[in-house]
Design a protein around this ligand. Structure first.
Ligand code: C5P
Length: 202
């Protein structure tokens, strides 16, 4: 039987951490849909045309190690405004959502466009400064040479592009449960999300 959990929110709000933990807790599969856009963005940086890159995307591309850089993140949010790119990635995401045994998908438009009938929807937010600080620490930990100001500017630029685009903008679904993680530790945010999903499962 399928059970779909949609987790949306802006960059670095904690969606990834929460989604992985929720999937592990309930034994569901997890798809980080940002990786699809990042894989297309990476191909475009390498010279491919966006729509052709999205149409030719192979799930193996999601395993590439170089998808987590700020350059690829910007390229991802640029290709993500193109309706044909989004359309080319829709069937894969919907198929994943309906797999038996349950699925967690995290992204920007899962609860609104990809899975409007998801069994439970979460919208995870945090202040831009808080999100930038987390992403900054994560990049420093990986040895990436960045400044806090550049990470904050990147977060704000992606927020503006993701929220302002015409197709599938970043907005909470009407029936999404809001979870602000600004004042929460990762453990507290995970516990809150597990509780919300557990309640919807009963
Ligand atoms: O979540 P992540 O930061 O990896 O996503 C990279 C970019 O991909 C986002 O800034 C957004 O523009 C795009 N994206 C999207 N829809 C999704 C997931 C990601 O437009 N479902």
């Amino acid at each position: 039987m399928s059970f779909t959990v949609a987790i949306d929110g802006p960059a670095a709000a904690g969606k990834g951490t929460i989604s992985k933990a929720v999937a592990a807790h309930f034994g569901f599969a997890h798809l980080d849909t940002g990786l699809l856009y990042r894989a297309v963005g990476a191909r475009v940086l390498a010279g491919a045309a966006p729509v052709a890159a999205a149409q030719a995307l192979d799930p193996v591309d999601l395993e590439s190690d170089d998808l987590r850089t700020p350059q690829v993140a910007q390229a991802a949010s640029e290709v993500a405004v193109i309706p044909e790119v989004r359309a080319a990635l829709t069937a894969f995401q919907r198929g994943f959502a309906k797999r038996s045994g349950g699925a967690v998908l995290d992204g920007r438009d899962i609860g609104t466009v990809i899975c409007p009938d998801a069994d439970v929807k979460l919208f995870v937010t945090a202040s831009p400064e808080c999100r930038a600080e987390r992403r900054f620490q994560e990049l420093l930990g990986k040895g990436t040479a960045v400044t806090f100001d550049s990470v904050l500017a990147d977060v704000k630029a992606r927020d503006a592009r993701d929220s302002g685009r015409a197709t599938a903008p970043l907005v909470p679904a009407d029936d999404a449960v809001m979870l602000d993680t600004s004042e929460l530790s990762a453990e507290q945010a995970i516990a809150a999300a597990v509780k919300i999903v557990g309640t919807a499962r009963r």
